[in-house]
Design a protein around this ligand. Sequence first.
Ligand code: FAD
Ligand code: SF4
Length: 405
Amino acid sequence: MTSVQPSTQSDPQSHKKAKALKPGSRRPAKELCSECGLCDTYYIHYVKEACAFLNQQIPQLEEQTHGRSRNLDNPDDWYFGVSQDMMAARKQAPIEGAQWTGIVSSIAIEMLNRGMVEGVICVQNTKEDRFQPMPVIATTPEEILAARVNKPTLSPNLSVLEQIEQSGLKRLLVIGVGCQIQALRAVEQELGLEKLYVLGTPCVDNVTREGLQKFLETTSRSPETVVHYEFMQDFRVHFKHEDGSTETVPFFGLKTNQLKDVFAPSCMSCFDYVNSLADLVVGYMGAPFGWQWIVVRNDRGQEMLNLVMDQLETQPVMSQGDRKNAVQQSIPAYDKGVTLPMWAAKLMGVVIERVGPKGLEYARFSIDSHFTRNYLYVKRNHPEKLADHVPPYARRIVAQYKLPE
Ligand code: FAD
Ligand code: SF4
């Protein structure tokens, strides 16, 4: 399965005859399903080609989207994908309550205000639960702002796609993570749009709503009051609580043995951490502490970033340290579910923060750690998928390390 647009040749509207799956029913990707939302719409018609977990086709879709796929002779391309610019940035006036400084929400608001798009797919939360995702098509700045901050759970962002075709919207911005964007790119030509912009974030270690509860209860001193958390560049998880206080827990102190099964199987088998198919990616891991990291993949991405440049403070990306030993040592430790006592974890956190990888090297550390772990996961749990599912750039990354059997 490699073709991107197979079904259009016969009947361009044929997908409308397909039926969305009922909520809770088993998805075609079975346990690997990331609940991206595609199967909640009649675009399920294309699922065999479009699903990120049934048909990995990142190089072909990169070619379609950016005009070229990753250059396998360039290690920066292995890690960060196709790009034409990269920088560290932060908003001069951060948006209160955003995940970082609110660059994502600001770009979306500008695009709507200037008429570049008529609607924005983004994800708010339900009234009852701040972490329960509720995808929407926002058509006002207030609705975009209501979607700020991460919902750190699998989110069916594409479940609103049917409404796009029905509403007659022709210019659209989609905000989403890698697996959602892969499926979106595969059905892009079927959506009847004149213009599609894609604003992505990196994504890793996502969880179901129940998995999130277990993570919070195992890791935070007060799981009920957490409003926001992030695995930060200082090797600590930062929890923000309702009363504004911050709690930090060193990565090396996480109860790996209890948390091993928390991450969704989709995320344990994902090799698209950096959202290869978005026009513009806004994360944090390639930037110094407190800054966001921006990757411009193509001209559409540059057009989007230009809209907010006057609201940003920027600096060039930097890279410091050498991640390789730390990654190699963490592979067997994770594999065996080793958990350090808290005093040792704190000490290790302090040392590694001082001498450890920074900037782009920190991003490489995180990508290496996750790709080696995920490669082992796929090899052990879905060996039949290993050959087709792991993209060529990820193989090069993993091949730098010695893995246990
Ligand atoms: P805001 O202005 O607060 O806007 C956040 C946007 O994210 C909103 O528009 C909302 O629609 C969208 N969103 C929220 N939750 C989801 C979701 N579950 N699925 C799809 N879209 C969503 N960056 C890194 O550099 N390294 C990481 O390891 C990393 N892990 C992440 C894991 C998850 C699950 C998510 C959702 C994001 C992750 N990011 C990561 C991105 C980072 O945390 C910020 O989202 C990004 O830097 C944007 O911050 P902001 O303040 O500009 O966003
Ligand atoms: Fe369907 Fe998306 Fe799940 Fe794949 S990941 S089975 S496309 S809902």
